[in-house]
Design a protein around this ligand. Structure first.
Ligand code: 2RA
Length: 334
C-alpha cells in the first residue's frame, strides 16, 4: 500500500469515475489528496465518508506524495507531471502527452504489466480506442501473431468529455424541436449524424486519433511489425466505443479457437449468440470494466483473417479503470 495518493483532475468525466473506483476497491493508500487547477480549488469531495477539499495543482503539492494518478488535458500533464517525477512520485498519466515518449511506459495491465513494474518515470495509460482493441488482439497475437489489423471505430461522445455529452443532448433536442444549438465539442452536427474525424488531420490523411491506434498498439504489444489501418468515426452514442476489427494473423485461427482464446483472457467477455440478438452494444456495456467481443467470424477474403465486433466503456476500461488497475499493480509491489 502507498503512503499518500494524489488524484489530479478528480472533477472531470474520467476523474469522477476514478474517485468511484478508488472508493469501491481495496485501499491503495493510507492517505488521499485531490488536486486540480485553480477553477476547482476549494471544491469539496466526500471520499470514503470523509470530506476532502480540492487543493491547487502546483509542484509543491507533490511533496510527500508516493503515487500520482492524473487525468488532465495534455498541456496540464506536460506542465506539472515532470515536477511529480522530480519529487519522487510514481506517476500514472491518462493524457496523451507522454505516451509515445521512449522513456515512458505505455501500459495495459492485462497486456504488458512488466512495463509498469520496470518504469522509472511516468506510466501512461493508452487512448481509449487503442486500449479495447489491444486487449482483444493480445490473446490472438500470443496464439497466432497478429500481422495486420483493419479497424473502424464508432466512438461515443463521452470521449470528448462532459461537453461532448452536453452537445449530443442539446443538439438532438434542438434538431427535434427545429431550434438552433451551438455545439462546443464538435465542429460538425453530432445529432443524427456520423463524423469521420476525431482529432486533427495529419499529412498522410489520417487523424491524430487514428495514428494513436497505429503507434500505441505497436508500443504496448512490443512489436513494431504490426500493421494497423484505422478509421475513427464519432457517432451519436453517449458512452462506450464500438469497433469492427479485421485481423490477419500468421497462423489460421478458427472461430471456435478465437472464442476460447478471448474467453480465457482476463478482462474480455464474449457475447456471441447473434441469432438471438446476443452481441455487445454500447447500451448494455456501459458501466462495465470489461472489453466485450462478439460477431466473431472468419474473414471471407483471407484464410488467416478473423473479423469481430468489440465494445467497451471508454471512460472506464478505456481510461479510469485502466489507470486504477496500473495503480493496483504498483501497489501490489510496494
Ligand atoms: C475520443 N479517444 O474518443 C478520444 C478520447 N481520448 O475522443
Amino acid at each position: 500500500m502507498f503512503g499518500t495518493l494524489a488524484l489530479v483532475g478528480a472533477t472531470g468525466a474520467v476523474g469522477r469515475i476514478m474517485v468511484g473506483l478508488l472508493e469501491q476497491r481495496p485501499d491503495l493508500a493510507r492517505k488521499y489528496k485531490f488536486l486540480a487547477s485553480a477553477r476547482s480549488v476549494g471544491t469539496k469531495i466526500t471520499f470514503k465518508g470523509v470530506e476532502h477539499t480540492i487543493e491547487l495543482l502546483e509542484p509543491a503539492a507533490f511533496q510527500g506524495v508516493d503515487l500520482v494518478i492524473a487525468s488532465t488535458p495534455d498541456e496540464v500533464a506536460a506542465e506539472f507531471l515532470p515536477a511529480a517525477v522530480a519529487a519522487g512520485c510514481k506517476v500514472i498519466d491518462e493524457s496523451g502527452y507522454f505516451r509515445m515518449n521512449p522513456d515512458v511506459a505505455l501500459v495495459i495491465p492485462e497486456v504488458n504489466p512488466q512495463a509498469a513494474l520496470d518504469a522509472k518515470g511516468i506510466i501512461a495509460s493508452p487512448n481509449c480506442s487503442t486500449t479495447q482493441m489491444v486487449v482483444a488482439l493480445k490473446p490472438l497475437h500470443d496464439f497466432a501473431k497478429v500481422k495486420r489489423v483493419v479497424v473502424s471505430t464508432y466512438q461515443a461522445v463521452s470521449g470528448a468529455g462532459v461537453q461532448g455529452i452536453d452537445d449530443l443532448i442539446g443538439a438532438t433536442r434542438a434538431t427535434l424541436e427545429h431550434e438552433k444549438y451551438e455545439q462546443k465539442a464538435f465542429k460538425s452536427p453530432i445529432a443524427f449524424n456520423a463524423i469521420p474525424q476525431i482529432g486533427g488531420f495529419k499529412e498522410n490523411g489520417y487523424t491524430s486519433e487514428e495514428l494513436k491506434m497505429v503507434y500505441e498498439t505497436r508500443k504496448i504489444m512490443g512489436d513494431e511489425s504490426i500493421q494497423v489501418c484505422p478509421t475513427c468515426v464519432r457517432i451519436p452514442v453517449a458512452n462506450c466505443h464500438s469497433e469492427t476489427i479485421l485481423v490477419e494473423t500468421e497462423r489460421h485461427i478458427s472461430v471456435e479457437k478465437a472464442k476460447e482464446l478471448f474467453s480465457s483472457f482476463p478482462g474480455i467477455t464474449v457475447i456471441d449468440t447473434p441469432e438471438h440478438g446476443g452481441y455487445p452494444m454500447p447500451h448494455s456495456c456501459t458501466g462495465s470494466d470489461q472489453v466485450f467481443v462478439g460477431r466473431i467470424r472468419q474473414d471471407l477474403s483471407h484464410p488467416n483473417g478473423l473479423s469481430f465486433w468489440c465494445v467497451s466503456d471508454n471512460l472506464r476500461k478505456g481510461a479510469a479503470t485502466n489507470a486504477i488497475q496500473i495503480a493496483e499493480l504498483l501497489a501490489s509491489r510496494v
